[in-house]
Design a protein around this ligand. Structure first.
Ligand SMILES: Cc1cc2nc3c(=O)[nH]c(=O)nc-3n(C[C@H](O)[C@H](O)[C@H](O)COP(=O)(O)OP(=O)(O)OC[C@H]3O[C@@H](n4cnc5c(N)ncnc54)[C@H](O)[C@@H]3O)c2cc1C
Length: 461
């Protein structure tokens, strides 16, 4: 518990009205999309790097935890205050500082909502491609801290590929700039890349320089239904082998289709066991050519039904099933544990077959959907978390799944991060020597371990 005296010092730095310490108000800042819970001692809303620096310096001196927080949409418990302390909510860092059309870069504060940045640059014919499905709520700071991926990663890459430079405050209070504001730059170690994806454990990000690209002139949406996952995955491989890189290549398995089927504007064929949502973008003529080639690849395979949208309205209809999938899974059970494993694209069928086997063995439903173009599968273990047997079975399945994924040459998390939920499993993927080096890096940044403790590195709390 942080003392009254320290709270007074904190209030002096950020201003009393930007500090909350009432229990009822704190609850909202104790959780994220995982629904894991912690309780902070207070939440503060700093507005500039100087205030962040003052708080972190005090935290290092007095030894209290500080947990940076964006929108709290994280899926691995990264923003959950597991050892109490101060939640540092970055909502007031909400300005787009500059959009430089000559150099195709922009500078933003971390609390900007991802979709707001996308709209601002698209209004002037530019494009910020990273597109997590949470764009309407997540912040750019949270995206950078998690290295968010999303739906367009197959063609455009992930957040890391767009971050050129950062302003960050170290746990010891120093404010530093990393990286460049140019397209090239190799001066010194790449601290920018180290901090991207560091899940708020190395530094607090207070400004971000991002690379932009021209906005694609046209896009075309298509949907294809297949009898089973293996024919959908085979089609994904053949699209790529045909040297077409779609912007979107999303898949859903039979369990997901069953959950979203009802009430859709676009009927799902009853015999469908898998779906691909495909989108291409670029110059109008090329988009038409690529869409035609994709139609022909799908039709050469075992497609049951293929449809290409003729306009924006129809495109929205094709997106409906994918957009509805996550909430509709709760029809199966009241809770879910979501994993975001990645395997080489060609091995996805093996993973889905493995999930069916595990589901049957342990009597749980495990719908899978995700970014087929990246081999990134969102695995959802549906359960009643108050049922201890179901919970135990789910944990057994997760461990077996991670073993399988690593055996197939994949990773236990493609975009949601390690946070709390995957910390106990990290050693399955990263050998001890690698983890030791990471913990020495953490120590160099954060000698007193005050920044977001309990995340990434597994310690029993
Ligand atoms: C419905 C839904 C769909 C999603 N879809 C995707 C998807 O397609 N792809 C994907 O990658 N993710 C997805 N996510 C996960 C989540 O939205 C992302 O991880 C996002 O980047 C988190 O942003 P946030 O602002 O909510 O961060 P938070 O959840 O608040 O924080 C996440 C982590 O970042 C740290 N952090 C936040 N701000 C800062 C800062 N300024 N400095 C240092 N550290 C900071 C926190 O300490 C924490 O560790 C989804 C989540 C939901 C709920």
């Amino acid at each position: 518990m942080i003392s009254e005296e320290i709270l007074k010092k904190i209030a002096h730095i950020v201003g009393q009205k930007h500090l909350i310490a009432g229990r009822d108000e704190l609850v909202e800042y104790g959780s994220d999309a995982t629904k894991l819970e912690g309780m902070p001692d207070a939440v503060i809303f700093p507005q500039n790097s100087g205030e962040v620096s003052g708080i972190l310096r005090l935290a290092t001196e007095k030894g209290f935890p500080v947990i940076p927080r964006g929108a709290g949409s994280g899926m691995s418990g990264g923003a959950v205050p597991v050892r109490a302390g101060i939640v540092m909510a970055m909502n007031r860092f909400d300005r787009i500082l500059a959009i430089d059309q000559d150099n195709l870069i922009c500078k933003v504060e971390p609390g900007v909502i991802t979709a707001d940045l996308q709209k601002a640059v698209e209004n002037i014919g530019l494009f910020y491609p990273p597109d997590p499905a949470s764009v309407n709520i997540s912040t750019i700071g949270g995206n950078v801290a998690e290295c968010a991926g999303g739906l367009r990663a197959v063609k455009y890459g992930v957040t890391r590929d767009y971050v050129l430079g950062l302003t960050v405050v170290l746990p010891t209070g120093e404010i530093i700039n990393t990286g460049v504001e140019t397209m090239k730059g190799v001066a010194g170690y790449d601290l920018t890349r180290l901090i991207v994806g560091s899940e708020g454990t190395l530094a607090v990000i207070t400004a971000i320089t991002l690379r932009l690209v021209p906005k694609p002139a046209a896009r075309r949406t298509m949907i294809a239904f297949f009898p089973d996952v293996s024919s959908a995955v085979d089609t994904v491989s053949r699209i790529i082998r045909n040297r077409i890189i779609p912007t979107i290549l999303e898949f859903m398995d039979r369990h997901c289709l069953d959950c979203v089927r009802e009430g859709l504007n676009l009927p799902i064929p009853p015999e469908a066991g898998a779906m691909l949502l495909i989108e291409v973008d670029g110059e109008e003529v090329l988009v038409e050519q690529e869409a035609e080639r994709i139609r022909s690849v799908c039709c050469q395979g075992k497609v049951i039904k293929f449809q290409a949208a003729s306009g924006k309205e129809e495109s929205e209809k094709l997106w409906e099933a994918r957009r509805n999938v996550s909430p509709s899974l709760y029809k199966l059970r009241p809770h879910k544990i979501s994993e975001d494993i990645v395997v080489p694209r060609s091995r996805m069928t093996e993973v889905v077959a493995f999930l069916d086997e595990m589901g049957n063995k342990y009597g749980l439903s495990i719908p899978a959907f995700g970014h087929a173009g990246d081999g990134n599968i969102h695995v959802n273990i549906m359960l009643d978390k108050d049922d201890s047997k179901e919970m135990e079975n789910a944990l057994t399945i997760i461990k077996a799944l991670f073993e399988k994924v690593i055996h197939l040459g994949g990773t236990i998390t493609g975009e949601h991060g390690v946070g709390l939920t995957k910390a106990p499993y990290l050693e399955m993927e990263i050998p001890r020597a690698g983890l030791d080096l990471m913990s020495r890096i953490k120590k160099a940044f954060d000698p007193k371990g005050i920044l977001n403790p309990g995340k990434i590195f597994y310690q029993r709390i």
